[in-house]
Write a protein that binds this ligand. Sequence first.
Ligand code: PEP
Ligand code: MN
Length: 285
Amino acid sequence: MQDAKLTVKSHTAHRSVIALSDRVTVGGDDLLMIGGPCSVESLEQMETIATRLGNTTIQALRGGVYKPRTSPYAFQGLGEAGLAILDRIRRLYSIPVITEVMAIHQIEAIAAHADVLQIGSRNMQNFDLLKAVGQVDKPVVLKRGLAATIQEFIMAAEYIMSHGNSNVILCERGIRSFDSYTRNVLDLGAVVALKQLTHLPVIVDPSHAAGKRELVPDLARAAIAAGADGLMIECHPVPEESVSDARQALSLEDMAALVDSLHPIATAIGRRIPTVQETREPVLF
Ligand code: PEP
Ligand code: MN
């Protein structure tokens, strides 16, 4: 890959294992499962999700509090109040949380309250933001731009790494094409290529790729079979009532069933999904 330096594999077996918390990693033999709503809506919503997913093998929770919405009139996220909810949830349920950072001025607060920072598709080439998260001591999930080439995606990761943060997790989330039946086209070829070209973990978000909940489980299974290191999937206690991305949200029951269905695929390709006991610290209160 032209110009790439820090993402490049030094030998075929070279792969980076990144820690999200003391117990949760991505990039090794263990597959990472991240679930949660598109947007954090309330403490009750996040408590319901954390409780219901607490006995599944979901190892981290997602939830946006600063939302990149197409319309300025759409819900923009709970902001700092949402961050406080995420912080409470991660402590109460001892589970790492991931949330999107849209602007440099949000980084300090987000890094103080979340375990993993997400750079959304729309900001994949916001180079000042990439440089700034490069100076943070927290892992970054870098989502592929809506129409970014594999080269551009890799160079975005190089921006973060060359500014000091080597904990970059690549996330394929679908790219734009001509067919509006699916929201985007899930590019599993890119997943295979990124695993060959870089030593970084590559996870897949089938929710934003599909845009329709009924497509998500099969795409998720295909992603794991193709060699993805994990999944990030949107789910909600009442999917149809999600304030954002309702059409693609899974119910919590479907989410639990989906992660269960991945075990035989993981085994077939020499991977595993860690048990709840392995990834959760005993809850203190
Ligand atoms: C999200 O994860 O909710 C999101 C906005 O994703 P993307 O940046 O991939 O569109
Ligand atoms: Mn979303």
